[in-house]
Design a protein around this ligand. Structure first.
Ligand SMILES: *[C@@H]1O[C@H](CO)[C@@H](O)[C@H](O)[C@H]1NC(C)=O
Ligand SMILES: *[C@@H]1O[C@H](CO)[C@@H](O)[C@H](O)[C@H]1NC(C)=O
Ligand SMILES: *[C@@H]1O[C@H](CO)[C@@H](O)[C@H](O)[C@H]1NC(C)=O
Ligand SMILES: *[C@@H]1O[C@H](CO)[C@@H](O)[C@H](O)[C@H]1NC(C)=O
Ligand SMILES: *[C@@H]1O[C@H](CO)[C@@H](O)[C@H](O)[C@H]1NC(C)=O
Length: 687
């Protein structure tokens, strides 16, 4: 039992990059992958890790000074004054002018640090929003992610914690508690500018604007319903607001994309999934091991070596399963951000299809080769894409601690554990096979039952974790799922984003059909007929395309806001939207999503319209002036009082130039501190 959990725990961590279909997916393939796009351009060499980069940025960049707010751990209990939790946030105040809005960018399920490094980048979407509207930009870290977690023995060593300790630790990681954090934070927000006395910038005094993508986009939408008027405008980008436990529809976007230009690969991935399903069901260990060995080499051999003569044990079978799940996910790992040709999938397909024939065949390798040779072609593609095909470093004991100078340090697996807790207890959205579909791309062992079993393995059965999986209908009822209608909200989605299937722009069979999208900006408070909302589907877009695409340097290209948001994209527009030459290279795929710029433009126009809005007052008991400030706050930035807001770039310009000019192509995956070999090490500790 403990052992199974161990395998799981380690795999979840490694999954930050490719593996383990469901759990990590939302984490790694939302926030982090969005970031990878931007972080690429800050990387100074191909090998530097995100963490290294963040660290080097920390040394030079005043905008990465963290601030902490002290929040009640339990907002709804008898004693809100009791236990506290410190949430981290960063502020960019260089553009702020009195009367300007507070731009609240909610980071969602991950560390705020990688976003903070973009605080001086005027091509960054949120920074650009702040600049245009003379706003104060806040990047807010969600409770139980990054550094925003209670520092207990459990959070310092999650790996050693028992299930009940984990369950107790995560008791207050809920949707509602985390939403209330935002309300509390905003309602008490005071900011100390360097040259001014502390300013109370609460939503009754100054307009607050919400920006969120993916889970944080969902949070923005829910907050708009839950606390009307708290935010005067909300951007809910790629927000999967309809919760569903069995989310096989995730893969339909991938199937559709493959069907267009990669029919051989489409057929082969389907055949490979079937092959996996079959060899697992019939327990053909020799074939499976041959495959795993070809892909994972030393990592796998290590495991087998440690259990000689025991290759049929449950432990080894669990390991096989985990390796196969990792392999099965590899091809799709970054589709939601880059699509077929821009990301892993296109290259994966090329390697597989040309394994024996440099031209490839229209039918694919499974149709033209023996099963064994076809499986080998598939293995070759997985091995080429997987960063786990080699063992380079190895962790010796326990979980790695974060190397960030915070004491006591939190467990490096915190974000992964926390998101796992959230999907197991409230979100679901398990991305699984649907083997009854002829296009299915995943093996049958990637299924909901298996995912829930892993929740139970990890946290044990409890009030929150059940065999039925999370009760998503409670949330769908409370927030109306994809029927949610909101004033002063812009919904954006990517045409090919797999998460679109759970958004209000879903084209699934059971998705709403009685609603209407418009790009006419409604007046403050919403003045459209029921069912009509401000929505933009980004053509050729993926997950969070609007927020992750750089804002073009407005000073060079002119005012993006002048673009008609509904303008059809064509060559003419592509030519108009000149890309700053230094930033073009920040795209892994080299293919910026041009229509994302129209979504950005729509957002700016909507903000212009809604900012002066006063029809949605937000009231609460004003914070009392107390002797002790509700939270620490200081200005990380020297502000230059002599220059105007939008020109105020003194603290940013040169940094940005340096970063851009030293850019090299980012490596394929987000570099991780934890290597796959921890799997092996972890197992050995128990064996
Ligand atoms: C087959 O695969 C190769 C490599 O991915 C690709 O270039 C080619 O267009 C595909 N052929 C067909 C007919 O789909
Ligand atoms: C799998 O797909 C079929 C056909 O599209 C659909 O009818 C069925 O409901 C899906 N299975 C699940 C569990 O949703
Ligand atoms: C679900 O997956 C597990 C392993 O991941 C497997 O043992 C089980 O047979 C699968 N169930 C179905 C119905 O395929
Ligand atoms: C659309 O249909 C849903 C579900 O039947 C309903 O709850 C909602 O009120 C409808 N919206 C409009 C604008 O008619
Ligand atoms: C913070 O805001 C909440 C409202 O959400 C209020 O109840 C609380 O008293 C405020 N705390 C302080 C210290 O002002």
């Amino acid at each position: 039992m403990q052992l199974r959990r161990l395998l799981l725990a380690v795999l979840i961590e490694t999954a930050t990059v490719t593996a383990f279909v469901s759990w990590k997916d939302s984490v790694s393939r939302t926030s982090s992958d969005l970031l990878r796009k931007r972080i690429g351009k800050y990387q100074t060499d191909g090998t530097s890790t995100v963490e290294n980069f963040v660290k080097s940025a920390l040394q030079n960049d005043p905008s990465t000074n963290p601030l902490f707010v002290d929040l009640p751990l339990d907002h709804f209990g008898q004693n809100p004054g009791g236990q506290r939790i410190q949430s981290r946030y960063f502020v960019q105040d260089a553009y702020y002018q009195p009367g300007g809005p507070v731009i609240f960018h909610d980071i969602g399920e991950g560390s705020v640090e990688p976003w903070a490094v973009a605080l001086t980048d005027e091509e960054d979407f949120s920074v650009s929003t702040a600049k245009r509207f003379n706003g104060l930009l806040i990047l807010f870290e969600h409770r139980f992610y990054g550094e925003s977690a209670p520092r207990t023995r459990v959070s310092q060593d999650l790996y050693s914690a028992s299930r009940s300790q984990l369950t107790e630790f995560y008791k207050y990681l809920t949707i509602e508690q985390a939403l209330e954090d935002v309300v509390y934070f905003a309602s008490n927000f005071t900011y100390e500018f360097q040259d001014l006395p502390p300013q109370q910038l609460t939503p009754d005094k100054t307009p607050w604007i919400y920006i969120g993508v993916s889970y944080s986009g969902v949070r923005g939408a829910w907050l708009a319903k839950r606390n009307p008027g708290l935010f005067k405008a909300t951007l809910a980008s790629s927000a999967p607001v309809q919760l569903k436990v069995n989310f096989w529809e995730y893969f339909t976007a991938i199937e559709d994309a493959l069907a267009i230009n990669n029919q051989n690969c489409s057929a082969d991935l389907h055949a490979a999934a079937n092959w996996f399903s079959q060899v697992y069901q019939t327990r053909e260990s020799a074939l499976i091991d041959q495959f795993i060995d070809a892909v994972y080499q030393e990592g796998w051999q290590d495991i087998v070596r440690r259990r000689p003569g025991d290759v049929e044990s449950d432990l080894i079978w669990d390991a096989r399963l985990d390796f196969m799940k990792d392999a099965a996910w590899t091809a799709f790992a970054d589709f939601q951000n880059y699509g077929v040709n821009g990301g892993t999938l296109g290259r994966f397909c090329d390697i597989m299809e040309t394994a024996y024939d440099p031209e490839g065949t229209p039918e694919g390798v499974f149709a033209t080769e023996t099963l064994q040779r076809a499986a080998a072609a598939y293995a070759k593609a997985v091995a080429s894409m997987s960063r786990y095909s080699y063992t380079s470093s190895r962790r010796t004991q326990g979980n790695q601690k974060r190397q960030d100078g915070f004491k006591p340090a939190l467990d490096s697996g915190l974000d992964s554990y926390s998101w796992l807790w959230q999907v197991c207890t409230e979100f679901g959205a398990f991305q699984v096979a649907n083997t009854s579909r002829p296009e299915n791309l995943l093996p049958s062992f990637v299924n909901v039952t298996a995912q829930i079993d892993q929740c139970i393995d990890m946290f044990g059965l409890s009030e929150q974790v059940s065999r039925a999986g999370p009760d998503v209908e409670v949330i769908n009822q409370r927030y109306q799922g994809w029927y949610l209608e909101l004033p002063n909200t812009l919904w954006t989605n990517g045409e090919f984003d797999p998460w679109r299937a759970l958004s209000i722009d879903s084209k699934e069979e059971d998705a709403p059909t009685n609603d209407t999208a418009t790009t006419d900006i409604p007046q403050c408070g919403g003045s459209f007929p029921a069912g009509t909302q401000l929505r933009y589907l980004i053509r050729d877009g993926y997950h969070g395309s609007d927020v992750s695409e750089n804002i073009l340097n407005a000073d060079i290209i002119g005012n993006i806001g002048d673009l008609s948001p509904t303008k059809t994209i064509g060559n003419g527009i592509t030519a108009t939207l000149r890309r700053n030459p230094t930033s073009t290279r920040s795209y892994l795929a080299g293919t910026p999503i041009m229509d994302a710029l129209n979504a950005q433009s729509l957002w700016f126009n909507a903000m212009s319209s809604w900012l002066p809005c006063s029809t949605l007052p937000f009231t609460y008991t004003a914070a009392q002036a107390t002797s002790s400030a509700p939270f620490t706050s200081r200005s990380p930035f020297p502000t230059d009082p002599s220059s105007g807001g939008s020109e105020r770039t003194s603290s940013t310009g040169s940094k940005q130039g340096n970063a851009a000019s030293s850019f090299t192509l980012p490596s394929m995956f987000i570099p991780l501190l934890i290597s796959f070999t921890t799997f092996v090490t972890g197992v050995s500790g128990v064996l």
